[in-house]
Design a protein around this ligand. Structure first.
Ligand code: 3HC
Length: 301
């Protein structure tokens, strides 16, 4: 249970009561770990699932990030900050097998790699094992929710919950409704989003939803500009930060979200903004995927 500090923050962040208490998250990468963290911070019982070898890194990432959040939220009350960290960590179970968690889950969120078959199989398993009440939601950023959920029986209890990186910092959550998502499911996903402290916006099930649909052409044109030799990537970044007020330039953002994800977008025949880029393909082939591998356009410690 959350200590006094944690309860205060959970109350401060939660603006709407939500009937969702138990959350199962598949995928303990950057996005899944972030989603687990914000859920744990707001007193939800979280089971975070991934391969055994991935879990220690996820645990470290969550601990480091919760510490940053606590330092800011409890700068004048270290004891409350410590309780908040302890309670948040205590709310998150990292496991390689869901065990009993699917049998009582209110919400399952999938944040595994952008592989359609993997996601479809995962939700089929959840559809078989989860009780009637469980809502099944994907955090996909490049695929259609409808395609991912196509074999699911409980179509009315499916949808999308699209988070932004870094999840503990970015305030937005896109709540995605397919043609089959019921109003009750949509309302429950929205209320939960608010309960974890996010500002929610609604979008139909279209590729890229709102944010990535608009970021797509921007990023592609930035890459084309550098490939044409119009400007260096460093100058494009500086220009967009100082001239347009963006917190990061497009190449810093590519490094931050991962060049492999961008390559995946370029290879998705359904993606409206796919555009092959030799520069991106070369970096990916060299294993330079951005911040997560220590190098992309820039080098990271
Ligand atoms: N956990 C907790 N806190 C964090 C954090 C993390 N992972 N990362 C940053 N912070 C906090 C820092 O502690 C700091 O707090 P302070 O204000 O109290 O000092 C604050 O956030 C700012 O961090 P920094 O000082 O380290 O650096 P910046 O000021 O440059 O901010 C940033 C970093 C928040 C990432 C900012 O650069 C930014 O907003 N960048 C744009 C990110 C963006 O566009 N994300 C969306 C990508 S698209 C996407 O996610 C879609 C998906 O489908 C992939």
């Amino acid at each position: 249970m959350l200590g006094i500090g944690g309860k205060m923050l959970a109350r401060k962040m939660a603006t709407t009561a939500s009937p969702i208490n138990e959350v199962v998250i598949f995928g303990a990468g950057l996005m899944g770990s972030g989603i687990a963290q914000v859920s744990g911070q707001t007193n939800h019982k979280v089971t975070l699932i991934d391969r055994e070898e991935v879990l220690p890194t996820a645990q470290k990432m969550i601990a480091a990030s919760v510490n940053r959040v606590a330092k800011k939220a409890f700068k004048n009350d270290q004891e409350a900050g410590r309780a908040f960290i302890e309670d948040t960590i205590g709310n998150i179970k990292l496991v390689s097998d869901p065990g009993q968690a699917l049998l009582t889950a209110d919400l399952v969120i999938e944040a595994v790699t952008e592989n359609l078959k993997l996601k479809q199989d995962l939700f089929k398993r959840c559809d078989d094992e989860c009780p009637e009440k469980t809502i099944l939601a994907t955090n996909t950023s490049t695929l259609r929710v409808t395609d991912i959920m196509k074999d699911i029986r409980r179509q009315d209890r499916t949808g999308g919950l699209h988070f932004f990186n870094p999840v503990p910092v970015m305030k937005l959550l896109e709540v995605i409704k397919t043609d089959h998502t019921s109003p009750e499911t949509f309302d429950a996903m929205t209320a939960w989003g608010r309960a974890i402290g996010k500002h929610t916006v609604a979008c139909r099930d279209t590729i890229g939803f709102i944010v990535n649909r608009l970021l797509g052409p921007y990023i592609q044109e930035a890459i084309a500009m550098v490939e044409r030799g119009d400007a260096t990537f460093e100058d494009v970044d500086v220009a967009m930060k100082l001239g347009a007020g963006y917190p990061m330039g497009p190449f810093q953002l590519l490094d931050y979200t991962g060049l492999d994800l961008h390559k995946f977008i370029n290879e998705n025949p359904d993606h409206p903004f796919r555009k092959q880029s030799e520069m991106i393909n070369k970096l990916v082939a060299e294993g330079k995927l951005g911040v997560k591998t220590g190098e992309g356009f820039y080098k990271y410690k």
